[in-house]
Design a protein around this ligand. Sequence first.
Ligand code: HSE
Length: 318
Amino acid sequence: MKPGDKIKVFAPATVANVACGFDVLGFAIDAPGDELILEITKEQGVVIEDIQGDGGVLPRDPKKNSCSVAIQDYLDYTSASFGCKIWLNKLMPCGSGLGSSAASAVAGVYAINLLSGNKLSKQEMLPFLLNAEKAACGSAIADNVAASLYGGFILVRSYEPLDILQISVPDDLWCAVIHPEIVILTKDAREILPKEITLKDSLRQSANLGGLMIGLLRSDYDLIGRSLVDYIAEPHRSKLIPGFLEIKDAAIRAGALGGSISGSGPSVFALCKGENIAVRVGDAMKEVMDKRNIVSQVYVSKVNSQGPRVLDLDRSNA
Ligand code: HSE
């Protein structure tokens, strides 16, 4: 690795919570996501050269941006004698419930780790990503970062110590996500949640979480659908999303197995059996937003099994 070495990477967006797994479940999707160019410099520290696609809302201060915070942690941990410059291209909306800050942080540590000769494992990089989430949204939650970093469907079995489990998913499981163009900050969406839940809700939530895991492992699509119920966050957060119940109804009527809020919202996801149904479900959800004159984007994707990937690598001759 030399100054001037440059890499371009992509890190995927994610759907966190997945209805019954508040703060502990997440999966990556093929699109949207973040692109990042990272170049090694002789000078230490992280310099943000440019951020595109965020409408100017993300912090340009490297101490506050989730991508640079994660990279700096990596450089400190590995006692690096060099630094880097970064160019971030947000190909996804911020404050959307699609793990935008997580995708930026994952792109950053994935890129610096590759140029550093893959010094650290994914498990070792996770703490930097959690710090970055804390900087971006006030809470060190692993669901989005772990899903984007590992790819696939993940369960955060434990936070202390961190124990991330990857869950296999049925071949024909597709997801339709609608992003209505309103912004909900994760910090705000967490503040409206009650600090405690009833024993009854806790039992119902954990029963559905178990049901979803078994449904995924057995490719039992009906069980997956029956298990996509959220007793913790959806009852409170759905009030922040105009037309939420209509969107969900439209998705089910168009053939979705079930769905809920993606992460802290406002995006709404629906899991479906097969691409054709997922496309139909995406259209049905969009129709609801169109009728309410709310601009929205729909993403239809399989669960992304790869996680971040290299788009271009340029080793310097310096
Ligand atoms: N699980 C988080 C939440 C999403 O719903 O607040 C952000 O990681």
